[in-house]
Ligand binder design. Structure first.
Ligand SMILES: [Zn+2]
Length: 445
């Protein structure tokens, strides 16, 4: 990196001091307060810290923290990487991340979907990763179509290269103004926010449903003309698996771009048609999708699959997700689910032989409105012991009751855990419920 101007150096140093103080006084990891102090002293600090680095920005409704971690792990094969590992994904967090790794030639930044246009503009990042867009906590998200439209405007006329999930119509639309795109096919388990063409509002024809929760009936295929598989695909496997995720508008020319990378069950197929088994430690289909995105991104930085994949295997948990906490012989594995798409991902990871504890809060970061619980199909939980806790346990209890899922209400997570026989149990919690469990049971691992 070139030398920062004196004012920016000072702002950066004071920001780090504030972060250190914040940690020392037990007020969290300090990445937000440190960044805020730096930005207050030098409003142009993020731009200056981003200069002369090879930066990737990672945005999505779900999976951005994990994918940021996977890409970071891969790029460490090439050199030092600055990253916002604690999920502080707005500009103050970015300032803090870049400031604390001043000489790292690479940067991988998780970016809140709403801040992505601003951060693209400020940092001039060369690589932008766009994964999925779906409804989030209802009082925060606003209209995701408007968000995709802002992404389009932010990308237009820039030299940036985008890595995007071609299977998510809204993401494909949001990314399609970019100068160049690597299209990746990793499926779209949650389709409820994209039945309409983002370009014209017409109906989208979809080839099929690539994900059916265990224990539920497969929805009928969408009728109407079905898009054909494109010619020129590089292998038979890519055509067969990727084709299941194909989509096209019935009324205009907008259709799925042709992907060059594809998730194929437990493997990735690269642009040369070579199949690599994704023997990563992180569980579930969503994480295999994240790994494919990470490998495509790594290759954009010049890192081939054979060097990137071993780095992905080293990641075992991300900000507490998938870690196990224990007490009195009970081993509870923690899964985070913040929105309907996140619950689908968590259901996919659950061990069907184990009981499950569900904990839901509705504090600020969770969204105060829990009506999104009604968008989740909980019938998959039938047939196993289900324990319900959290500040909004009654909201979830009503939802489960209507879905015909037997459950037991408990006063706290500790009580729910104590009600288990010694052994393993799975836990799904939304954001602040998850953090409460981590702070009470230790943040280790
Ligand atoms: Zn259309």
């Amino acid at each position: 990196m070139t030398q920062l101007p004196l004012r920016a150096q000072l702002a950066s140093a004071l920001g780090r001091t504030a972060a250190t103080l914040s940690r020392a006084t037990g007020r969290g990891d300090g990445s937000v307060i440190g960044g805020r102090v730096g930005l207050a002293l030098e409003p142009d600090l993020l731009r200056k810290l981003a200069q002369d680095r090879k930066l990737a920005l990672v945005s999505a409704t779900n999976g951005k923290t994990t994918t940021t971690r996977l890409i970071t792990s891969a790029l460490q094969e090439l050199g030092d990487v600055a990253t916002n590992a604690f999920g502080a994904n707005m500009p103050a967090g970015h300032v803090s991340a870049l400031s604390s790794a001043k000489h790292a030639p690479y940067g991988v930044l998780e970016v809140d979907e709403k801040y992505l246009p601003e951060v693209i503009d400020t940092t001039g990042a060369g690589v932008i990763v766009m994964m999925n867009l779906s409804r989030d906590q209802m009082d925060r998200a606003g209209e995701i179509w408007l968000l995709a439209q802002k992404w389009r405007r932010a990308l237009a006329g820039r030299p940036a290269h985008v890595i995007a999930n071609a299977d998510d119509p809204l993401v494909a639309w949001g990314a399609s103004t970019a100068a160049s795109v690597t299209w990746v096919s990793v499926g779209q388990p949650w389709k409820e926010d994209s039945w309409c063409c983002p370009e014209c509002g017409g109906p989208l024809d979809r080839k099929g449903m690539d994900y059916t929760p265990p224990g539920t009936a497969a929805p009928a295929a969408v009728s109407g003309p079905v898009p054909g598989t494109a010619s020129g695909a590089v292998s038979g496997a890519l055509v067969s698996r990727s084709a299941e995720n194909d989509w096209a508008c019935r009324e205009c020319t907008f259709r799925r771009p042709e992907p060059t990378w594809s998730l194929d069950d437990d493997a990735v197929i690269d642009p040369r048609g070579q199949r690599w088994v994704l023997d990563i430690q992180l569980p579930g289909r969503a994480n295999r999708s994240n790994a494919v995105i990470a490998l495509a991104t790594a290759e954009t930085f010049g890192l081939p699959v054979q060097r990137a994949l071993p780095r992905l295997r080293e990641v075992t948990s991300v900000a507490g997700r998938y870690t196990t906490v224990q007490r009195d012989g009970r081993h509870a594995r923690l899964l985070l689910a913040k929105n309907p798409a996140g619950w689908l991902e968590a259901f996919d990871v659950l061990d069907r032989s184990l009981p499950v504890i569900l904990s839901v809060n509705a504090q600020g970061p969770d969204g105060r409105d829990t009506s999104w619980l009604w968008d989740v199909d909980y019938r998959v939980l039938r047939g196993r012991p289900v324990y319900v806790t959290g500040e909004r346990k009654l909201d979830l209890a009503l939802r489960l009751d209507v879905a015909g899922v037997p459950f037991q209400l408990t006063g706290s997570f500790a009580e729910a855990l104590a009600a288990q026989p010694p052994g393993k149990v799975d836990v799904i919690a939304n954001y602040t419920a998850f953090q409460q469990i981590r702070s009470e049971f230790g943040r280790a691992v």
